[in-house]
Design a protein around this ligand. Structure first.
Ligand code: NAG
Ligand code: NAG
Ligand code: NAG
Ligand code: NAG
Length: 568
């Protein structure tokens, strides 16, 4: 967690921890609660039929039909192709957000080269900072958010590599990730052998960039470069996660992959040392997240040791804020470590702590279920309200990704479900949750609007975005551009694939450019959306269990079988 943001207070103690007993009783239990309830309800209907007569029969059968359609509803609502189409669309947003010198085939007609002078000023220690991505509707390049976005994309590519391949989007998504990692490699001293002393954290000052309304292509003022010297453990660990995860995406490009791993290692070391100097308690989740990614990228046990020390795994004072987002990585780290336990069960000494992560992520999954009332939901089709009242969609998309991915982990490890206290649930409950959130985003909501530009019949037309709201050939000054912000007309440029911030807590959405709470898209939001769509689209059997483990040597020394007695 980087800044103190107000988190919704979640009473995590409200969930009984799923103990081993519960987990194993689940494995033995063959008639789960869900089924029993249906049976009881049917009996009740039969009795009512006998006693009260035909009127009630009708009422009852209607109820059953409604319940059934509700169940099937989420199993059949969006054909799998819809998720694939949305994934094609959602990826295009990243092309619109590119900064620096664009490739000829960037495919966004209204974008051109921009902010080529970033970092170039007398005495600059990072003189070439052109490149990277703008975070949202302005021209700020934030390493912290960009890192999280790239990590999410890489994660989804590692888990669902062949889906991207089948959809013809593999080289596209790889190009998107590389655009980010190439930029990261410019923002610290990659030639350092061991660790670094400073790093760039952001280009563009919030005040200026929010005040000015101009196309990034036309920015002519000097852009402020924020540099961290001996601090920023969260950022360094987050960037380590981004570089480590990307090294697995580019494993076939050995030289590049090695550069990424080296960068990740020196960043992580810097994160650890600056965490010791500062009060690092708010960087603890990034340390776990960066560490587990480094373990997967390198297979080096020292990283596993770091993230499975008891002190890190279980500190109740840090138990709040489990909402997985660009600002809080804990749940992501827990899920990644549960992956290790489910598929490789490394045993002692990591087992004790891995089991705790497994328990913790089970509780996170329980918190997504409506029956637990952990989070508020909107009335119309139940969009989960993970984080206050503004910009709900990116948090919902992240949760949808985690839930769908966990259901794949469980299914592939032959675990039929998981426990929330005394109740057990099948894995399809997780997928239903995931689909319900993504379907809401794609148009099954009370506004009948798709919150992804270019997907579906109706979508936002006044996206809060400087480049999209000013015609390509109009060069405006900082303040001159305000007329485009205030205009009540649709944007002249369609920013394809952008997922906007979303509706308010009552499913109400105003398509107005001036209110970023409704209409601003973000890099991190689209990354979560794309990751969730990768998990939900295509065939279930296209989950890739082994790619994540490719750097990990066999955990147990393989003892050669004794020679057969008749061998010479
Ligand atoms: C632009 O579109 C073409 C054709 O679909 C594709 O091959 C190319 O990779 C795209 N370029 C980028 C930078 O995404
Ligand atoms: C800055 O970086 C870009 C992209 O990496 C590169 O194309 C360009 O030549 C560099 N500019 C200078 C002055 O080195
Ligand atoms: C959305 O569609 C439903 C069913 O087609 C309709 O009843 C409802 O009025 C529509 N809502 C809006 C806001 O257009
Ligand atoms: C956007 O949401 C934030 C947080 O809820 C709130 O403080 C702010 O006033 C809202 N902005 C607008 C323009 O409604």
């Amino acid at each position: 967690m980087r800044r103190e943001v107000e988190m919704q207070d979640v009473d995590w103690t409200a969930f009984p921890k799923p103990s081993e007993e519960m987990q194993s009783s689940w494995l033995l239990q063959h008639s789960p609660k869900v089924k029993k309830k249906t049976t009881i309800r049917k009996h009740t209907c039969a009795w009512t039929l006998a006693f009260v007569g035909i009127v009630v029969v009708i009422a009852c059968s209607i109820t059953i039909r409604v319940r059934k359609t509700h169940r099937q509803h989420y199993q059949q609502q969006q054909p799998p192709e819809a998720y694939s189409i949305a994934l094609h669309t959602g990826l295009k947003f990243f092309n619109s957000q590119r900064s620096g010198h664009l490739p000829d085939d960037n495919n966004v007609t209204w974008r051109g080269d921009s902010c080529m002078q970033d970092g170039k000023y007398p005495g600059s220690i990072h003189p070439n900072l052109s490149g990277g991505y703008y975070d949202g509707g302005d021209a700020i390049k934030s390493n912290f958010k960009m890192s999280f976005a790239m990590t999410m994309l890489s994660w989804s590519v590692i888990e669902y590599h062949s889906k991207y391949q089948q959809l013809g989007e593999l080289s596209h998504v790889e190009g998107i990730i590389k655009w980010g990692t190439d930029y990261f490699l410019k923002t610290f001293d990659t030639s350092a052998a061991d660790t670094i002393h400073d790093m760039v954290s952001q280009v563009g000052r919030v005040g200026t960039e929010r005040y000015c309304w101009m196309r990034p292509e036309d920015i002519d003022y000097e852009r402020h470069v924020h540099i961290c010297i001996g601090e920023c453990p969260s950022l360094a660990a987050e960037m380590a996660a981004a570089l480590a995860s990307a090294s697995m995406v580019f494993s076939e490009n050995v030289a590049y992959s090695q550069r990424l791993i080296h960068g990740a290692k020196i960043l992580y070391k810097y994160a650890e040392s600056s965490m010791k100097e500062k009060d690092g308690s708010s960087s603890w989740d990034e340390l776990l997240w960066g560490g587990v990614w480094l373990y997967y990228a390198t297979g080096e046990v020292s990283y596993l040791d770091r993230v499975t020390t008891l002190a890190l795994a279980h500190d109740p004072s840090r138990d709040s804020g489990h909402v997985f987002s660009w600002n809080t990585k804990l749940a992501g780290a827990q899920l990644l470590m549960t992956r290790l336990r489910l598929f490789l069960s490394p045993g002692y000494p990591a087992e004790e702590v891995l089991r705790q992560y497994h328990d913790q992520i089970s509780i996170v999954m329980c918190s997504y279920l409506p029956s637990f009332n952990t989070f508020k939901r909107t009335k119309g089709r139940g969009l989960i309200r993970l984080q206050g009242d503004a910009q709900p969609l990116e948090y919902a998309a992240n949760a949808a990704f985690l839930a769908a991915l966990y259901s794949d982990y469980l299914d592939v490890s032959d675990t039929r479900g998981w426990s929330c206290g005394p109740n057990s649930y099948f894995t399809y409950v997780l997928r239903d949750f995931s689909r319900s959130q993504i379907d809401y985003i794609l148009g099954k909501n009370p506004q009948n609007i798709s919150y992804v530009v270019g997907f579906g019949e109706r979508y936002p037309k006044q996206v809060h975005h400087r480049g999209a709201s000013i015609p390509k050939n109009r060069k405006e000054s900082c303040k001159g551009g305000w007329i485009w912000r205030e205009s009540s007309k649709d944007n002249p440029n369609v920013i394809e694939g952008a997922m906007v911030a979303g509706p308010d807590g009552h499913d109400v959405f105003y398509d107005v450019r001036t209110n970023a709470n409704y209409t601003e898209p973000t890099l991190t939001g689209n990354a979560g959306l794309v990751a969730a769509l990768a998990a939900l689209s295509g065939e279930r059997n296209m989950f890739d269990k082994n790619r994540m483990f490719s750097a990990i040597p066999p955990l147990f020394p393989t003892v050669p079988p004794p020679p057969a007695p008749w061998a010479p």
